[in-house]
Design a protein around this ligand. Structure first.
Ligand code: SF4
Length: 220
């Protein structure tokens, strides 16, 4: 299988349960969603400039980096043809694979692989313009290793996140993160909301890579 790799690089995980740790990123090109705040527009198109790589090419690149956290991102990695074959190939490496996905694609394609890849599933809130694309089944079949991430760009988004957390009883299923959209919602507003509602177990996350480097920097 051939995969369209828009970027590959070593950095730190900016988000997720392994935030702050070294990670090797594989960014697959192509996403059918159009979130209002997308910060990877350059990888949105399925025709975006990319390197064509096989499963073995990607596995060899990862092995050469010496990094044992792999973040498979996009674009939308679950929209890539042959994604399951790639996940199976990467499961043969001594690495932890994390998939960042939008919530609009059926995550069950990742099941039955050992060791299982870890999922970070976005729930697209109203300000994204993409909430109607969320698949309800994605939020009921998660493991305790997985994470649901709410990227909140407004107070309305925070209120909706609370409804979804309660509606799916997410805190009993998986990790739950709230991440303010850079420049749209202040970290303080997110923290105050979490504290006001006594959201025990919910973690506020900042996109560390946007603090360490410029918010517009690619390849980090
Ligand atoms: S799902 Fe991700 S890659 Fe796709 S448009 Fe939204 S933010 Fe961008």
């Amino acid at each position: 299988m051939i995969y369209h790799v828009a970027e590959k690089f070593v950095s730190i995980n900016g988000e997720g349960e392994r935030a702050g740790e070294p990670a090797v990123f594989i960014r697959l090109a192509g996403c059918p969603l159009r979130c209002s705040y997308c910060d990877t527009v350059y990888a949105m198109s399925f025709d975006a400039p990319c390197e064509l790589m096989t499963e073995d090419d990607i596995a060899a690149y990862i092995a050469d980096t010496g990094i044992n956290n792999v973040t498979l991102t996009g674009g939308e990695p679950l929209a890539a043809e042959g994604i399951r074959e790639l996940l199976i190939r990467l499961s043969q490496l001594p690495v932890r694979v994390e998939i960042e996905t939008s919530g609009a694609f059926d995550v069950s394609v990742c099941r039955g692989i050992s060791p299982a890849p870890v999922l970070t599933v976005d729930y697209k809130l109203p300000s994204s313009g993409m909430e109607s694309r969320m698949l309800p089944g994605n939020y009921t079949g998660l493991s305790h290793e997985d994470t649901v991430k709410f990227t909140a760009g407004s107070k309305e988004d925070l209120e909706r996140a609370l409804e979804v957390i309660r509606g799916y009883d997410l805190l009993s299923r998986c990790h739950v993160h709230i991440s303010p959209v850079w420049g749209k919602l202040s970290p303080r507003e997110a923290v105050e909301f979490i504290l006001h509602h006594r959201l025990n177990g919910v973690r506020m996350q900042l996109q560390i890579h946007k603090i360490v480097w410029s918010p517009d920097q690619k390849g980090v």
